[in-house]
Design a protein around this ligand. Structure first.
Ligand SMILES: *[C@@H]1O[C@H](CO)[C@@H](O)[C@H](O)[C@H]1NC(C)=O
Ligand SMILES: *[C@@H]1O[C@H](CO)[C@@H](O)[C@H](O)[C@H]1NC(C)=O
Ligand SMILES: *[C@@H]1O[C@H](CO)[C@@H](O)[C@H](O)[C@H]1NC(C)=O
Length: 203
């Protein structure tokens, strides 16, 4: 479950380019995320549901996901390439060596576009997930204009997971969602990176 939630966080945010001009999402936004997991158990479809609040900050290079129902918080730090999962007073760290994406890559292939809700409805564009998350199988959709995520579907060998993004607001209401508490999270993870960042350039 953690693995797949983590992938959702990578969810990126942009759309379309007209005449080579990239479309980018706002640098800070928050969203309600509905999560549905479909798997086959003894030949029967089993669906589980979960929800989270996602906070995205491209300046901080962090994405946080709060799961109120299970009292869990997950933070990805793209500067450090680490993911922290804080649950039940414990902290789990996982390498997270992915780039954070804010704009639709120039070479991403749009598969289709849709209008939701009839004439003058919401325009949506769909892309291959792997154009954003190399190695992942599925689809990702963005609004146009606005460049915000609408949904993300990931196919695994024996299950599929869908994320729906709704009620997106610009800005971050409570920046403490990005804090990484130490303890329980290890301090040394911070220190691994800091010396590198401040290493003087040798002429
Ligand atoms: C979804 O189901 C798969 C297969 O049972 C499981 O490995 C994964 O952790 C589940 N994810 C969630 C969020 O429940
Ligand atoms: C887009 O370009 C980047 C950088 O050149 C490359 O790593 C990536 O694989 C390309 N993606 C696609 C979908 O072609
Ligand atoms: C989404 O926004 C609508 C309109 O502001 C509000 O009525 C609804 O409760 C919100 N839903 C969630 C899950 O936050």
């Amino acid at each position: 479950m953690l693995k797949f939630v983590a992938v959702a966080l990578l969810m990126t945010v942009c759309v379309f380019s007209v005449w080579g001009e990239q479309c980018c999402a706002p640098k800070q936004w928050e969203s309600f995320v509905g999560i549905e997991n479909t798997t086959a158990v003894d030949g029967m479809i089993k669906v589980t549901q979960q929800y989270a609040i996602e906070s995205y900050d491209f300046d901080k290079k962090k994405i946080a996901m709060v799961f109120p129902a299970i009292n869990m918080r997950l933070i990805q730090d793209y500067n450090k390439g680490m993911m922290y999962t804080i649950v039940a007073g414990m902290c789990f760290t996982t390498p997270w060596p992915f780039p954070m994406v804010n704009c639709i890559p120039d070479n991403a292939t749009m598969l289709a576009s849709f209008e939701m809700g009839g004439k003058d409805g919401l325009m949506i564009e769909q892309y291959q997930l792997q154009d954003f998350l190399p190695g992942f199988n599925g689809y990702i959709q963005f609004t146009r204009p606005g460049c915000l995520p609408v949904s993300q579907t990931q196919y695994y060998e024996s299950y599929a997971t869908m994320f729906g993004f709704t009620n997106i607001t610009e800005g971050i209401k409570d920046p403490s969602v990005f804090d990484i508490p130490s303890p329980p999270c290890p301090m040394d993870v911070d220190n691994v990176v800091k010396p590198l960042l401040f290493e003087p350039a040798h002429p």
